[in-house]
Design a binder for this molecule. Sequence first.
Ligand SMILES: [Zn+2]
Ligand SMILES: [Zn+2]
Length: 184
Amino acid sequence: MELSRIALNDMGTQGRMFSVSDERIWTAPLKEYQVSCRIAEPVRAEVLVLPQEDGCLVRGTLKGVVAMPCDRCMEETLVTLDLRFDEFERYPAAGNLDAGEDGIRADILERSVIEMEGGASFLNLEALLWEEFSLALPVKPLCRPDCRGLCPVCGKNLNEGPCGCSADEGDPRLAVLRQLKVKR
Ligand SMILES: [Zn+2]
Ligand SMILES: [Zn+2]
């Protein structure tokens, strides 16, 4: 079954469970958007898709481990993903049908993961899962909360010990103070 195009109309009232482990759902957009992140341990999603009258309930979990560079020292850092999500995706045309002067609203609504075609509706589960995945990635991952980062002068990873540079050499304001001291 094509996960980017799940037909919602012929799904029963119980909905349907999907077990998703296709790596391309994450790796393709990671590459496309040039995100520094690789899959370290398989990322899997268990999802219940439950069509409703005016939209579709998408509820599930997403688990896995990814590796990203630490925001301070650039060392590869493991990030565990373990999230639950519970989304309601409204059918895009539903707002339009009875909208009248409200029709303009459709333009400002964000891109929907549900596509209407004739009387049928299709859910792009791949796009929805990518959204959940990318929102769960930390903006500034740290290898550890107290990461010391890189020396701004020589670039050494300060987690591995101090570098040869004196601590204040990197700050020109302090360098000026030091010179004053010498003159005295
Ligand atoms: Zn670090
Ligand atoms: Zn240094």
